[in-house]
Design a protein around this ligand. Sequence first.
Ligand code: IPM
Ligand code: MG
Length: 397
Amino acid sequence: MTAEGGLPGSPDAGAGAGGPAYRLVAIHGDGVGPDVVGAAKRVLAVAGARFGFDIAWTDVVAGGAAIDAYGVALRDEDLAACAASDAILLGAVGGPQWDDPKATVRPEQALFAMRGGLGLFANLRPVSVHPALVPASPLRPELLDGVDMLIVRELTGGLYFGARTEATGAPGARAASDTLPYTEGEVARVARLAFDLARGRRRRLTSVDKANVLATSRLWRTVVHEIAAEYPDVALDDRLVDACAMQLVRAPASFDVLVTENLFGDILSDEASVLAGSLGMLPSASVGTRRTAHGLHGLYEPIHGSAPDIAGRDLANPIGTIVSAAMLLRWSLGRTDAADAVEAAVSGALDAGFRTADLWPRDPALAEACTRVGTVGMADAIVARIGETGGITGAAA
Ligand code: IPM
Ligand code: MG
């Protein structure tokens, strides 16, 4: 699994011997959320036992489940509980029963409340390809060689938070609008984070915009280039978002760190997930600059949605959530030891041939060497390998 690069000033360990207790919020959410968060909690418990720490969980109800229970996607007191935690682990929110376009209360509002309310302005989405999953990607294997990128998506500005007007007017004359505002400060803080992250990796940063059309993209480009002067050791280039979308599937190994505005990052990261073989593989971390006693405060979640059609059926791939939990260990708790062990265990389970349905090889000859597992079976295979190796490549048992 990919090392995302270090954040400046991250502490390297928790409170040390004596068994610190970290305070985490779990948001199971909707659809497959409870399946995958359940799996990740098991992995964290085993990692804690192996590396000598405890986790005190607070369960928060958010998304569609909260709309059903309380009439809102996230209550103020639950946002306060998230703020008081060391970090938050979230499954997924949403589902068809809350999809009415006329509804004023929607599950996704829980995400926006946390992103905005907790100051989580950067969303980090690492994309790498496990060698055993190359056949699971529709791209030719030679294109996947060396793919290891980190998408840094601005998360609290742009179209998601700009003023909008819902459709008004009579049928035939209805109109609606969304606006895409950015301030210099919003661009600068996410750009600095991306430059810092590039310094911990291959020192290449691609800034993605649509500067040939959008005023906000021209501001974006100007500010990113001004900040580049502070990072002479990082090579910066610009890509227009349409060209970038093409390059992501034509030469994906050419990228190191990408930084881009909110909606572009949303779209490009789903596109990039195809490289990893399945949307179910990819983790994410949403962070700002606030630190707790242990590390950066943050929200960790897989990039996939709630997949209601397979919810509760032991079918969902838990790896995206488990690797998100590894990011949580690394960045919010400073537990590099446990994070490395979880990532190695995931690698080991894949090397040993364990596959959920989304990863199942189409080629029967490859399938013969694999073992079909559900959510629980994949978690079992990972849990069994925690602490087995100290390295990052992992070894099949
Ligand atoms: C994501 C998701 C969300 C987003 C949705 C569920 C609102 O697609 O985290 O990428 O668009 O930000
Ligand atoms: Mg998305």
